[in-house]
Design a protein around this ligand. Structure first.
Ligand code: PXG
Length: 285
């Protein structure tokens, strides 16, 4: 079934959804994006995703030529046009077509694109048994070079780390910042449980402030679990009682092995399981 894509102001069949080879999104990775999910016909935290998209755009001086309300409508229309009630949405805003050369002032027409598709999930056994991950040698880019808080079309830093993970037989890889502190995984945030407290690196560790991360922190507090941001080292992860990752695609996924060290008893822990259950209830609420 060919998909229906939203491009700028209308829905078009996949075959007609085209961007210029002169688009700076293609030429330089100059643009921003979001990955969203809908559950039972409702997009999870749509406003938070739009706020983050607008913040990313602002940080790169990119003016999105539509209102947030119009983009929200486009997201819902695209899901409906593709008859998806449980789906994955990729929202992309490119700098638009321009002359060769970096100058963003010599571009026109930023492209606003909404793609809706089925979501390809990690196999069930990963959730039941937990993931093994490795630390990538590729560090997170320093914020002074390119803030990891910008969800830009420039994902090579994460892709290089992902390649390292895949070469080691792992579907995710842990990334450290330039100080050697734990930042996040290539497309997921990281949490540990230590003595009953839930800990996750702060935004200034060089992370994307995940929407799933924030939802899980709220859920933990609602469940009476002490939850805070903390600077973490690999040692903290190796010696944690539990570890899990969060992300739009992965939701909450347990980690039971990091760089060959077994985490806790090597099975998904009780707090991880509680938060997984609470997250499933939240997205369907
Ligand atoms: N860190 C990074 C670097 C990410 O790219 C997250 C954390 C988790 O954030 P959310 O807001 O999703 O909880 C991400 C999110 C994809 C895809 O298609 C990638 C993400 C999310 C959804 C889909 O690769 N990355």
């Amino acid at each position: 079934m060919p998909r229906i894509i939203f491009m700028n102001d209308r829905l078009v069949p996949e075959a007609e959804a085209r961007v210029s080879v002169f688009d700076h999104g293609l030429l330089y990775g100059d643009g921003v994006f979001e990955g969203l999910r809908s559950y039972a016909g409702k997009v999870f935290r749509l406003d938070a995703h739009l706020d983050r998209l607008w913040a990313s755009a602002r940080a790169i001086c990119l003016e999105i030529p539509l209102s947030k309300a119009a983009v929200a409508q486009a997201v819902n229309d695209t899901l409906a046009a593709n008859k998806l009630s449980d789906g994955y949405v990729r929202l992309v805003v490119t700098r638009g077509a321009g002359s060769l050369g970096l100058d963003p002032n010599r571009t026109r027409n930023p492209q606003v694109i909404v793609i809706a598709d089925t979501i390809s999930l990690y196999p069930r056994e990963y959730y039941e048994q937990g993931l093994a991950i490795v630390t990538a040698a590729t560090q997170r880019v320093q914020s002074a070079a390119l803030s990891p808080r910008i969800k830009s079309l420039n994902y090579l830093n994460n892709i290089l780390a992902k390649l390292e993970g895949l070469r080691a037989g792992c579907v995710e890889a842990l990334m450290l910042n330039h100080k050697g502190e734990v930042a996040e995984c290539t497309g997921d945030n990281v949490f540990v449980v230590r003595s009953g407290s839930l800990l996750t690196p702060p935004p200034d560790a060089g992370i994307l402030e995940g929407i799933t991360r924030n939802a899980v922190m709220e859920l933990a507090r609602g469940e009476g679990i002490d939850c805070r941001e903390a600077t973490l080292t690999r040692h903290d992860l190796y010696t944690a009682d539990e570890c899990f990752l969060t992300g739009t695609a992965a939701e909450v996924i347990p980690v039971v092995d990091i760089d060959g060290r077994t985490i806790g008893p090597g099975t998904p822990g009780p707090i991880t399981q509680r938060l997984t259950t609470a997250f499933h209830a939240l997205v369907r609420a």
